[in-house]
Design a protein around this ligand. Structure first.
Ligand code: C5P
Length: 248
């Protein structure tokens, strides 16, 4: 089949195997509820809301795969969206790799989306998919920073840390997910010894280590990551506002 005739099929891989210790004690982060619904279900729905996404692969906590499968069975997804559940690994990177390995043939574009970003709007998802389909091998949604950032020499907790540098804020972006990839590029990154390993906290960083181009598209303030207890309060407020607006 020629390149033009090859159909584009997009899958979303959702790493959801983290414990979420920074949120405090309780269930694994992805299973905590927002507005009465598990965070993971919000994240899956956010991906399935895009008409481009035909498959969602959820990477579950290693012992939690049956529970996650039941959860997905209980919450209806659009008919056009299939889903798979696979057990995750020790690190986010390993969990993503296990999700990628479960992808069937025919998927050409892969989104990697944190379960911990349950409220990303569909327009952001669509913009990432479109940029990949337009030819970018790796695409990340990102926002300018509100805070000035300092590079420091890390010290023991609580000790003053010497400042090493102040990067120019206008040149910095805070990256979000879903990050979008041409499937072949993402697989190459996860198989490359240069790209895999310490220090790469996102898949786009691994692609950069391969020397492949990565581009940024505008992110969204509602795509924030739920990491600390205050983020839960903000997420509940965003949901409540959406529900109030939908009521009109
Ligand atoms: O810990 P952090 O907030 O950076 O996690 C980002 C995402 O990676 C979360 O959705 C989390 O569930 C996932 N993760 C994973 N497997 C791990 C660690 C984190 O799927 N071992």
């Amino acid at each position: 089949m020629s390149e033009e005739a090859r159909p584009h099929r997009t899958a979303a891989v959702i790493p959801a195997a983290g414990r979420g210790v920074r949120l405090g004690p309780g269930a694994p982060k992805a299973l905590r509820t927002l507005g009465g619904t598990p965070m993971l279900i919000h994240a899956v729905r956010a991906m399935a809301a895009s008409r481009a996404v035909s498959l969602v692969v959820v990477v579950a906590p290693p012992e939690g795969a049956p529970e996650v499968k039941n959860l997905l069975d209980e919450h209806a997804l659009p008919e056009r969206t299939d889903y798979l559940v696979v057990p995750g690994g020790e690190t986010r990177q390993e969990s993503v790799r296990l999700g990628i390995e479960a992808l069937p043939d025919g998927i050409t574009t892969v989104l990697v989306h944190d379960a911990a970003r349950p409220l990303v709007p569909v327009d952001t998802v669509d913009a990432v998919v479109e940029a990949v389909r337009d030819g970018a091998p790796a695409v990340v949604p990102a926002l300018p920073l509100a805070d000035t950032v300092k590079q420091v020499e890390p010290r023991e907790k609580g000790e003053p840390e010497p400042v090493v540098a102040t990067p120019e804020r206008a040149l910095l972006r805070a990256v979000q997910t879903p990050q979008g990839f041409d499937r072949e590029t993402l697989q190459r990154a996860h198989r490359s010894e240069t790209a895999v390993g310490e220090g790469a906290t996102d898949c786009a960083g691994m692609v950069e280590r391969l020397g492949a181009p990565v581009v940024v598209v505008p992110g969204h303030e509602e795509a924030f990551k739920v990491t600390r207890p205050l983020d839960l309060v903000l997420a509940e407020a965003v949901l409540a506002r959406r529900r109030a607006n939908d009521g009109f």
